[in-house]
Design a protein around this ligand. Structure first.
Ligand code: NAP
Ligand code: SF4
Length: 681
């Protein structure tokens, strides 16, 4: 067969002996929240996974599935996958996937959460609580261990009966199997603890029992922590020893993971460079003979192709990119990578939702996990639609409506599309936001949206030639009523981010919301962005990829470059600064700023700004911060004027995005609202 014209490695099949993967693109395991919903959830999962199978992915791993009650991440009304009764539900998923693409493989991930379980009776090798779960687990007895091995085997057998092509056993991240491996979580004195051989015994026994249960011609993937990102993690020698033992115990494929959930190193957020951890998989691959999967921040086909071409892995796992664009693989295959809706690693609608117990979706693709209810069907008749404002809400609405066959004109007052995303992409660590603008630019072209830049719309200039008018004019920055707010040293966040005003050596930032944090990151930062340079990233977070000390980080001090500037990040609320940031990424923002010496002050009353700086009162004490620059990041207000004027004159006027609700100028809500409105035209 001739090599693939665009991505020869990515689209070469992988022969597993008894079966063949059609390409090297794996949709990695992601919990969706649909798993706990019983029959309705499975119907939705069938549509969700089938769409990815039809989109060309080679293999899918489902979200983690508990093999018994104690192992559940969250207590669910339908319980673990432990009986024949649930087989038909899973069958719906596997049938849908195989009907969509007979050569797409789907594997069930079996997850025993161990000390991270929120079940009534969590268990672990020793009674040591995880920092992420206040419940102290019970030390497993010999009977518990035997029963758990039987439960894994039963779950794997049920998976096979339900039509899955394989299973993945997760042996990383701080879940049960991995806690047997580390001394800090396994303090047993019996044959399941002590030496490394003994600590490996349980994970390997699980693998053997699963293999026995499913026979030879069934995919069994074993996921190991190749680096835990914790100083008391595994040594390189232990990782290799485990890898070899896993291979000998009958794994078909090994998957590499790079974190325990409590680690203090970001591994998947947008501040992590693309494919940052693939070199670790590459080193391990040289020691083993089974195929290896690598993962983390591989979000475009050229990145995956490079990883494979460099010999770092056999398969590239892309979870979130498949949420963002179910047609990722097909677009890459057909040389249409510029049409891919790229995962920007924001975590806002996927991991943050999972963390909060909400159904997972995607900021750039609100259809993800909502395939049965949000569909962009061809319009019955083409309407003329004016969309005013080309920020995320306007772009999503315009492109979706045009894709459905409507005639759309998109008006934008500035000279570029993207709205606040044009600010975000200038923040070190948020460069990925440029991909969303690239995607929309291409969609505008592809679906024939008429784009009118530098065109401010007034109620009287819009004309009456429209069936629908969508106002997505966004927000304007709030100017707080502080004495001296018109002092020349005061500037807005837009000026600071766009660099149209010079920022001085001592800076006060008023407002510590998402944008205040972004501005603090920008003005305290020096040198290249860690998100674009793996060496800088490794230095900033104290990782030694090449030397591989314990956990990848033992004995390595983070070294952070910082601007020659003193920065104060201020808020009025008495709560901890950064408390309202997103749950899965907020801690990285806070830690990064702390390491650059940014002063974070809560409970500030702003008394005034003058030539001497900004005066604040905290805890009844008046304090003057001798700053030469004040940057206002005090939130926004809606721009409703155009909407109000248009709605007073005509029917069919709609308001979306920040113009509708400024307190949540949140791209996730804006894109969702834009898409849903357009789906109904
Ligand atoms: P924000 O999150 O609402 O924060 C505004 C800040 O200004 C708050 O800290 C508020 O805290 C302060 N403030 C409000 N009114 C004020 C007043 N009259 N005087 C002085 N201070 C005032 O708004 P934002 O930072 O502009 O972010 C807007 C949205 O952008 C966010 O909601 C988020 O969706 C999105 N965003 C997210 C991220 C992210 O990391 N995920 C990054 C950037 C933007 P106090 O009242 O306590 O002072
Ligand atoms: Fe990627 Fe953000 Fe979508 Fe999650 S929400 S899949 S991180 S773009």
């Amino acid at each position: 067969m001739a090599p693939h014209p665009h991505y020869p490695h990515l689209f070469s099949p992988l022969d597993l002996g008894f079966t063949q993967l059609r390409n090297r693109i794996l949709m990695g395991s992601m919990h969706t929240g649909l798993e706990e919903m019983g029959p309705e959830g499975f119907e939705r999962m069938a549509a969700y996974y089938a769409e990815r199978a039809a989109g060309g992915v080679g293999m899918i791993i489902t979200g983690g599935t508990a093999p018994n009650r104690a192992s559940e991440l969250a207590a669910t009304p339908y319980g673990p996958f432990d009986s024949e009764e649930q087989v038909p539900w899973h069958r719906q998923v596997t049938d849908a996937v195989h009907a969509a693409a007979p050569d797409c493989h789907i594997c069930l991930q079996i997850l025993h959460a161990g000390p991270l379980a929120r079940s009534e009776d969590p268990v672990a090798p020793s009674a040591i609580a995880s920092p992420l779960n206040p419940r102290v687990p019970r030390e497993m007895t010999e009977d518990d261990i035997e029963q758990t091995l039987a439960d894994f085997a039963r779950c794997a057998r049920l998976a096979k009966a339900a039509g899955y092509d394989g299973v993945e056993i997760i042996g990383s991240a701080g879940y049960l199997l991995s806690t047997f491996l580390l001394e800090k979580t396994n303090q047993r004195g019996d044959r399941w603890g002590g030496s490394y051989e003994n600590r490996m015994r349980f994970p390997l026994a699980v693998l053997r029992r699963v293999r026995e249960a499913v026979g030879d011609d069934f995919i069994v993937i074993y996921r190991i922590a190749a680096m835990e990102m914790m100083a008391d993690g595994s040594s390189w020698e232990e990782v290799v020893q485990l890898g070899k033992a896993v291979e000998a115990a009958g794994a078909t494929i090994m998957s590499t993971h790079f974190v325990w959930h409590q680690a203090q190193v970001p591994t998947i957020s947008t501040r992590v460079p693309r494919a940052a951890f693939a070199s670790v998989t590459g080193r391990l691959r040289r020691e083993l003979s089974i195929p290896l999967i690598t993962s983390n921040r591989i979000n475009m086909p050229d990145v995956a192709e490079r990883v494979l071409a460099d010999g770092l892995a056999d398969i590239t796992s892309m979870g979130r990119p498949m949420l963002a664009d179910p047609e990722f693989a097909r677009k890459a295959d057909e040389g249409r990578a510029d049409e891919i809706n790229t995962c920007i690693a924001c975590n806002q609608a996927c991991l943050d939702h999972a963390f909060r117990g909400k159904i997972v979706s995607c900021l750039v693709n609100p259809r993800a996990c909502h395939e049965t209810e949000l569909n962009y069907t061809p319009a019955a008749s083409a309407r003329r639609i004016a969309v005013v404002g080309a920020g995320p809400a306007g772009l999503a609405c315009a492109v979706t409506a045009a894709q459905r066959g409507h005639a759309v004109t998109l008006f934008e007052a500035s000279g570029e599309i993207g709205g606040h995303f044009n600010l975000a992409l200038r923040i070190p660590g948020k460069e990925e936001f440029a991909e969303t603008i690239r995607y929309y630019r291409r969609m505008i072209e592809l679906h024939g949206v008429e784009l009118r830049l530098n065109t401010a719309v007034a109620p009287e200039s819009l004309g009456d030639d429209w069936d629908e008018v969508v106002v997505a004019t966004g927000v304007h920055a709030r100017t707080p009523a502080i004495p001296g707010i018109d002092h020349p040293m005061v500037m807005g966040y837009r000026e600071a981010i766009m660099g149209t005003r010079e920022v001085g050596r001592c800076v006060a930032i008023i407002g510590a919301g998402g944008i205040g944090f972004d501005v603090a990151e920008l003005v305290s930062h020096a040198g290249p962005s860690a998100a674009l340079d793996i060496d800088v990233f490794a230095r900033e977070w104290g990782i030694d990829f090449a030397g591989h000390p314990r956990g990848g980080v033992a004995g390595v001090q983070p070294v952070v470059e910082r601007a020659d500037r003193e920065v104060f990040l201020l808020q009025r609320k008495p709560t901890k600064v950064g408390k309202g940031l997103a749950p899965t990424t907020g801690w990285t923002h806070k830690l990064a700023l702390k390491r650059r010496g940014v002063h974070m002050l809560a409970g500030c009353e702003y008394l005034g700004i003058d030539d001497g700086g900004i005066t604040i009162r905290r805890d009844d004490a008046v304090q003057r911060l001798p700053v030469d620059t004040v940057i206002v990041c005090a939130g926004q207000e809606s721009t409703r004027d155009l909407y109000d004027a248009l709605a007073a004159r005509r029917e069919g006027v709609h308001l979306i995005g920040g113009a509708d609700l400024a307190v949540e100028i949140d791209a996730k809500r804006a894109i969702d609202q834009g898409c849903r409105l357009a789906a109904g035209f």
